[in-house]
Design a protein around this ligand. Structure first.
Ligand SMILES: *Cc1c(COP(=O)(O)O)cnc(C)c1O
Length: 256
């Protein structure tokens, strides 16, 4: 058995894999609890969003058996296929990666949440498609908190004018802000990104436009979610700590 096969559960039987995912979820929840205790917060304020990119349908079924009810996916095409394959189960989908206008119609059909809103063009395309579908979508505005040129998301000083446009798109239910911290082993630099997002949210919340809610802060992944919780995260997006290491490099999902 190769390590990669083991990682993706292809050689593990179904019952074993459900048990493994359950143990991993318990370990993540224990880490959430500990971070909340340090920060004087309640674990009920932090939602765990399991991220299933590259995880095959069969293992997602195991995760549902282990209690998951919503999954995050980075790429629309992958999310769409999985939503279709799993349409027999009561499960919801959150798209957490960059979206192109021509894919907005799919997101409007199958997703219940979109966390990477960063342009008026996408807002417009989504709203139009959602109106056609008679649906609404919870959205997060993605912020580039690390100043890396390659990162998606609005610069912090672009967020306030952007929020002012959003009441034009009534099918978009704005819930808060999302960010990816700098990928660094230096927790101080990672923490700075999270502090920046929280500070921005706090400053903008007071006079956010009508109907624009800024309660949520989606920040933190497998390697840094404790820091994010200490800095106020209300949603953490966690893949590898639940499903094991990914085979595809992260540069496939966001520019390096
Ligand atoms: C993959 C991904 C995550 C989760 O990363 P892990 O290292 O697997 O926890 C979080 N957010 C986004 C946008 C992702 O694409």
């Amino acid at each position: 058995m190769t390590a990669s096969a083991d990682t993706h559960g292809t050689d593990r039987d179904d019952t074993e894999d459900v048990a493994l995912i359950r143990r991993n979820l318990q370990a993540v929840h224990a880490r959430i609890d500990a971070a909340c205790t340090r920060a004087g917060r309640s674990p009920s304020e932090v939602r765990l969003l399991p991220v299933t990119k590259t995880v095959p349908e069969r293992r997602i079924r195991h995760a549902i058996e282990a209690g998951c009810t919503i999954f995050g996916e980075n790429k629309v095409q992958e999310a769409r296929m999985k939503a279709e394959a799993l349409s027999d189960l009561p499960v919801r989908w959150s798209v957490v990666g960059h979206l192109q206008t021509n894919k907005a119609k799919y997101v409007a059909r199958f997703a219940s949440e979109f966390q990477a809103l960063d342009s008026a063009k996408i807002a417009e395309a989504l709203d139009r498609r959602l109106q056609i579908e008679g649906r609404a979508l919870d959205v997060f505005v993605q912020v580039n908190s690390s100043d890396e040129k390659s990162k998606y998301g609005l610069a912090p000083d672009e967020v306030e004018p952007f929020l002012k446009l959003l009441p034009r798109y009534p099918a978009l239910k704005v819930r808060g802000l999302m960010t990816l911290a700098v990928l660094s082993a230096d927790h101080r630099r990672v923490r700075e990104c999270f502090v920046r997002l929280r500070t921005l949210r706090d400053r903008l919340r007071a006079d956010a436009p009508n109907g624009v809610e800024l309660h949520e802060l989606s920040m933190g992944m497998s390697g840094d979610f404790e820091v994010a919780i200490e800095e106020g995260a209300t949603v953490i997006r966690v893949g590898q700590a639940i499903f094991g290491p990914r085979l595809l490099p992260d540069s496939y999902y966001w520019p390096a």
